[in-house]
Write a protein that binds this ligand. Structure first.
Ligand code: UT7
Length: 390
């Protein structure tokens, strides 16, 4: 596949540019929480959860894990598969509803830890649709010629914003991260089309109030404090919305890409509920076998669910060269987003990565720690010197 040089050296006008997925990776916490574990502290059962959602278990971050550490691990795997260096990246976007901080962004932390010092970095907030939104932003930037390589991550620690007494929500979610690397290429294919949509009138159906909200004012006044940073959801309303938009937006994305729905080889949807996927498959007239689902083992990992499912689909050899893949996300906002990708990279078995590059990446990760520490130290010394001079 013909690729472009790192930004700055490229001539965007020279050729039509396409954005291809060249790397992928995922990370989940070690701790597994089963439905039976849940039923020991909330009034529910494995039977109810599995029958209504398809979920059997989820991964829950421990004290030492966070949205950024999961994102960092997923990013490292993606760089291995892509066999590029962190310094080759021009942009890092982390789609998340559970960012490490309001700021600095989770993306900036990952940028620092990777030593990706040539990259811009920001977080993107579009709830469970966030990963597809972020992929769209990055692929459009690649196609426009402003960047050549982007790391796009969906990462969440949903366990930190759940009300563990609320059985209607706490049984659904899990923690994890997935990442892909997009790179510019002259080879036709890659991201073919995207559809991004929002209906803010449904914002109250799925929400996590934060510092800037009316609820924060009320909490300062001593009322309603418990609402802050806690998720609320009108499950059945969201369910109806989801089954409608999955089929509609996949059809729209197919139309823009010039691909028949029947030519889609695999749909990789947001993993919220198996029944939503079954209903959407029926509406689209697609065999449910063509819908990737791993909700059984991970639960709903919000913005991380699509890249995690993508990684597993690749691992299970469910994606072949030139296949048409549909990604579709839906969730808080309300937001929804679909994308058609024509897979056009060498097969995973050929993606070993050169030993030299692997070593160079590990050197960069080690340098990242020292670079970051020395920069902080220099800032402190400089400010002390300024204080002394003043
Ligand atoms: O990622 C963002 C997008 N989110 C989604 O897509 C989630 C969409 N919604 C859903 O997946 C489903 O609405 C849920 C799984 C959340 C709920 O399933 P449902 O079939 O819509 O159940 P329901 O809320 O209508 O509740 C049915 C019954 C109620 O009891 P009554 O009133 O009929 O006696 C609930 O109190 O089930 C009860 N219930 C439970 N029972 C045992 C609700 N949660 C539980 C539970 N265990 N965990």
């Amino acid at each position: 596949m013909a690729t472009f040089e790192k930004s700055g050296k490229a001539n965007p006008a020279a050729a039509v540019r396409h954005a291809h997925v060249i790397g992928w990776g995922m990370a989940v916490p070690e701790t597994v929480m089963t439905n039976d574990d849940l039923s020991s502290f909330v009034d529910t059962s494995d039977d109810w959860i599995f029958a209504r959602t398809g979920i059997r278990q989820r991964f829950i971050a421990n004290e030492g894990e966070s949205t950024a550490t999961l994102a960092y691990r997923a990013a490292q795997h993606a760089l291995e598969v892509a066999d590029i260096l962190p310094t080759d990246l021009d942009l890092i976007v982390v789609a998340t509803a559970t960012p490490e901080n309001i700021f600095p962004s989770t993306a900036s932390l990952v940028q620092d830890w990777l030593n990706a010092h040539e990259a811009g970095a920001f977080d993107l907030s579009a709830a469970c649709s966030g990963f597809v939104y972020a992929l769209n932003m990055a692929s459009d930037s690649i196609r426009a010629g402003s960047i050549n390589a982007a790391l796009v991550i969906g990462a969440e620690t949903m366990s930190r914003i759940l009300d563990w007494q609320d059985r209607s929500t706490c049984i659904l979610f899990g923690d994890g991260a997935g990442a892909v690397i997009l790179r510019a290429s002259e080879t036709p294919g890659g991201v073919l089309s995207s559809v991004l949509r929002s209906d803010g009138s449904g914002g109250d159906l799925l929400a996590i109030p934060s510092v800037g909200s009316i609820d924060a004012n009320e909490s300062r006044a001593g009322a309603n404090g418990s609402k802050l940073y806690k998720m609320s959801m009108a499950g059945s309303e969201v369910f109806k919305f989801a089954t409608r938009v999955v089929s509609e937006s996949v059809e729209q994305a197919c139309q823009i890409a010039g691909v028949n729905v029947s030519d889609v080889n695999l749909v990789i949807p947001h993993q919220a509920n198996l029944r939503i996927l079954q209903a959407a498959a029926r509406k689209l007239g697609i065999d449910i076998e063509k819908f990737m689902s791993n909700v059984e083992r991970y639960g709903n990992t919000s913005a991380a669910s699509i890249p995690i499912a993508l990684c597993e689909a690749i691992e299970q050899r469910r994606i072949q060269d030139q296949d048409h893949i549909a990604l579709v996300g839906f969730g808080g906002g309300l937001t929804w987003a679909s994308m058609i990708i024509r897979w056009g990279i060498s097969k995973p078995s050929e993606q070993h990565g050169s030993l030299l590059n692997r070593q160079r990446r590990h050197v960069q990760y080690r340098i990242a720690k020292w670079r970051s520490r020395s920069r902080r130290w220099r800032r402190r010394v400089n400010s002390k010197v300024r204080d002394l001079k003043a």
